[in-house]
Ligand binder design. Structure first.
Ligand SMILES: [Zn+2]
Length: 127
């Protein structure tokens, strides 16, 4: 029982063994590379999500409620990664909050940070 099979990559009819998924080596390579690329993208997304989640939990731990000022080093020691954030909010005074979901921080002079909670009004700002 032979069923007309087509190449998973390009749609061309496949001749030969019934377990073949691709019409040619070049289609097989192309498909494998596509999968690799997708996996790379997925991995990158997962890594980014994990970093953001970690940042948020560090901010939350260091500042369970309200605003807290502490040395920037505390965040670094906890493994905070300053490259990852979900939003930037500029206050009317010109300060910049870097947010990770519902927590954020503002850099202060003398290597200090102010940890803040996300507020609904921060949604309205245009950067
Ligand atoms: Zn093909």
């Amino acid at each position: 029982m032979s069923q007309a099979r087509t190449c998973t990559q390009c749609g061309t009819a496949i001749v030969g063994r019934s377990d073949k998924r691709y019409c040619s080596d070049s289609c097989r390579h192309l498909a494998n590379n596509t999968v690799k690329l997708q996996n790379q993208h997925e991995r990158r997304i997962l890594q980014t999500n994990a970093a953001l989640r970690k940042n948020r939990s560090i901010l939350k731990q260091l500042s369970p409620q309200g605003k807290t000022t502490l040395p920037r080093q505390y965040l670094e020691l906890a493994g905070f990664d300053f490259r990852y954030l979900t939003q930037v909010y500029r206050t009317q005074k010109g300060n910049t909050y870097h947010l990770c979901y519902d927590y954020g921080y503002m850099l202060l002079p003398e290597e200090k940070v102010l940890i803040v909670n996300w507020q609904p009004y921060m949604e309205q700002s245009k950067v």
